[in-house]
Design a protein. Sequence first.
Length: 427
Amino acid sequence: MLFGAGKSATVLIRFLIGQAESNHWQLVVADANEALVLQKTKNHPATLAVGMDIKDDVLRSSLIADADVVISMMPPALHILIAKDCIRLSKSLLTASYVDDAIKALEPDIKKKGLLFLCEMGLDPGIDHMSAMKLFDEIHAKGGQITSFKSHCGGLVAPESDDNPWHYKISWNPRNVVLAGKAGAIYKENGKEMHVPYDQLFAQQNLVRIDGASPLELSYYPNRNSLGYIDIYGLHHCDTFIRTTLRYPQFMSGWNGIIQLGLTDENPHYASDGKTLHHFFQHQINTHNINFSENFKCQLEWLGWNDNLTLINKGCCSPADVLQMCLEQKLALKHGDKDMIVMLHEIEYLQEGKKHAVNSSLVVIGEDESHTAMAQTVGLPLGIAACMLLKNEMTLSGLHIPIIKEIYEPVLGVLSQQGIVFAEKFS
């Protein structure tokens, strides 16, 4: 039973249809947009498409009652509706979302029922946990002590489809792009706890290089609060611990300008009816005093600074609402476009008194604008775990994320068969 058929579910649905066909299972996919479900399932005989409001308690409970395994690809705040039904009806649940306080509060009931709730089973979080824990366990097994861990991940546009001054196109929820970094960031560097406020998050050009046939030079900004994963990973002796998001350097400088212009402000105060995108951008520029580089001017022009034709017509809305509209129109993946996922772990460790390092990198290019690298890397771990549960190849119970060998080893093995393979370099 899969709830949600959005951007990140496309490859998951295709994978599960293949598994349902070969194992004589049925895949039920429910979404508010039944036409979208039918578009992705293509009326395959092993599937059932359901159009529904996720807040329809009766229908939601009925669908969960008939399921063996439930996957939620709904927005994180809606997982709790499905989770409570799963506990009441004794069903295991898989999600790609972080373990929030609402799900964490259900842990005693999950244990009592002997169910498996496996969260953070996507890309980041998900594949990042699994690939990192594999390396940690290997280093610890040979007596190493990890002193530094930097984990970088980003959803980017593939080089062959990179045709705009932002060097970015949207392959996931555009609202998340608009609001990224709002909470600022906390991490550990050289033994010190670092706090970076939102208005400074994109100001620094932190560069990393991804080696390979076509080397990449990317920039990163730190994610939210990295410190919570120190205990989860068992890396209490780490002097440096940081999890980040990767972007091309030009995006970082441009997004810093976006923030300085107040374009991510969520306060609904802009009267947009009858106003064009040009009027909106000019209004923000007139009310915020910032310096413009030539590149940033080009980026704003791409988003609609000089667009006198496109009307906003969203009533009284926030600048963030208008910015989201711009991103959806101007930075969408076009027909034939490909996205790219890049992940890099940088690990330093001591072994027998000597310093060592390992870099582990992953680059995945999407097939097209629908079967994206983002959809592959978010969806496939969920699909693989669901199949393991249905075949009784995963016997865990309780609330988990994929940091234990019983999960990460087989899942990474199947991912490698799907072309999702890390390149490791030791020194």
